[in-house]
Ligand binder design. Structure first.
Ligand SMILES: Cc1cc2nc3c(=O)[nH]c(=O)nc-3n(C[C@H](O)[C@H](O)[C@H](O)COP(=O)(O)OP(=O)(O)OC[C@H]3O[C@@H](n4cnc5c(N)ncnc54)[C@H](O)[C@@H]3O)c2cc1C
Length: 400
């Protein structure tokens, strides 16, 4: 049975960034991933067909120069010079099957009267709807902003805490304001997983954690077992709760209380000359079967245009999704040359979430178990990376 300083369960950006810090500190680090690929919701799908390869992002698509922790890792991997600019293109709203500019939908007098409230209203304790409808005006909120905000977590966001959605962070002036990489964001997660000092096992999920006298034993689905001083859970809350329940039931109960919403993403590639739709960065839907569309027009290709539609979970079958995609792109379903799908569960945040995470953290104090993920301090890549860094710092402080 192999022995490690730390076994990380889950190879999304939360688990991989934690593994990066652990390996950099010289700890013997193993990452266990259920699926055959690492990256989780950082998922660049590479289409192999066609004369040249073409990719679309099925999950995360944009990173910013305010992502200090993520950039620190990219820099440590020697990849800072690979970052590339996303070309400018507008966002549109799909209203009654027509693409409209967002300003064209705004009621400007209402906005002008409301927006000064930005300077004295506090987000704390307020929902997205209660806070932002005061800032942009109630009619503007109901007509436009509720849809824009729901497009971010791919689920209704009206009842999310206002302070979890958009965070002010210092920007790195030496880095492009928003960026991707020539082969998509998954280049970063792939590079972390194959960096020296990190061992990765894919295609087998962790099924059991047992507490031994001074260590843990992790069993994975293929029957392999690993001994480790520390365990890091970097999976969805219900999975981490299930694994931790036999060892720390109270902690498991707290994790299990965090809900989630499914998003079913469909990425398509279409011959460039076929799509009449104007160049767009993305489309926000209004009362539709999908929340939003993310376009590859920001990284243009000579041959293809790519679009990823983020559909509401469990509502319509793939054929119906493809029909809807074709309607929106004003083409026939037969023009959808390449298709790829992915299902994610994104966390649902409610008022009081911060206090809930404080309780989780107080239960974790002093334990050799680390818990990270997009359901704790926020769901952006940077939120995940910074949670993992703070959990790793706790391990270091506890170990003296
Ligand atoms: C459609 C979409 C668009 C997004 N866009 C952006 C964006 O543009 N910018 C941004 O900053 N953020 C974006 N996000 C958010 C961000 O990408 C995610 O919150 C983040 O990548 C989640 O990382 P994670 O590691 O916490 O979880 P995940 O990526 O879900 O990783 C968890 C991993 O654990 C594995 N696993 C599960 N069970 C087990 C088990 N028992 N044993 C072993 N492994 C297991 C899973 O297979 C998975 O690989 C987006 C998210 C989605 C879904």
């Amino acid at each position: 049975m192999s022995q490690y300083d730390i076994v990380v369960i889950g190879a999304g950006i939360s688990g991989l960034s934690l593994a990066h810090h652990s390996a950099a500190a010289g700890l013997k680090t193993l990452v266990v991933e259920k699926t055959e690929r690492v990256g989780g919701a950082v998922h660049t799908h590479q289409f192999a067909a066609g004369t040249r390869p073409f990719w679309v992002e099925l999950g995360a698509h944009t990173c910013y120069n305010s992502y200090a922790g993520f950039l620190e890792i990219i820099e440590a991997l020697g990849m800072l010079d690979k970052l590339m600019r996303r070309e400018k293109a507008p966002y549109r709203m799909l209203v009654d099957d027509r693409l409209k500019s967002i300003p064209s939908q705004l009621n400007f007098p209402e906005l002008l009267v409301s927006v000064p409230r930005l300077f004295f209203l506090n987000k704390r304790g307020q929902s997205v709807k209660s806070y932002y409808s005061k800032i942009v005006g109630r009619r503007n909120y109901d007509k436009i902003f509720t849809h824009l905000f729901s497009a971010v977590p791919s689920q209704p966001a009206d009842d999310f805490p206002a302070d979890i959605m958009f965070k002010r962070r210092a920007r790195r002036k030496d880095v492009l304001k928003s960026f991707t990489l020539p082969n998509g964001l998954q280049s970063v997660t792939d590079a972390i997983a194959t960096a020296p000092g990190i061992e990765t096992v894919t295609g087998s999920d962790a099924v059991q954690i047992e507490a031994k006298e001074q260590c843990f034993e992790v069993t994975i689905a293929n029957g392999d077992r690993y001994i480790s001083d520390h365990i890091a859970l970097a999976t969805a809350p219900e999975v981490s709760a299930g694994l931790l329940r036999p060892v720390y039931p109270e902690l498991a109960d707290e994790l299990a209380r965090i809900g989630g919403a499914a998003v079913e993403s469909v990425g398509v590639a279409v011959a460039k000359q076929v799509v009449p739709v104007e160049k767009v960065a993305g489309i926000v839907a209004v009362r539709d079967s999908f929340h939003s569309v993310v376009s590859r027009d920001t990284v243009p290709d000579d041959e293809y245009r790519g679009f990823t539609f983020h559909f509401k979970g469990d509502q319509i079958e793939l054929d119906a999704k493809l029909e809807r995609i074709a309607q929106v792109l004003q083409i026939s379903a037969g023009d959808l040359e390449l298709v790829a799908t992915r299902r994610n569960i994104l966390p649902t945040f409610r008022i009081g979430h911060g206090d809930h995470v404080d309780r989780i953290d107080s239960l974790l104090a002093g334990k050799r178990v680390l818990v990270t993920g997009n359901y704790l301090r926020g769901m952006s890549i940077e939120d995940c990376v910074s949670r993992s860094a703070s959990e790793f710092n706790r391990l270091r402080q506890q170990s003296g």
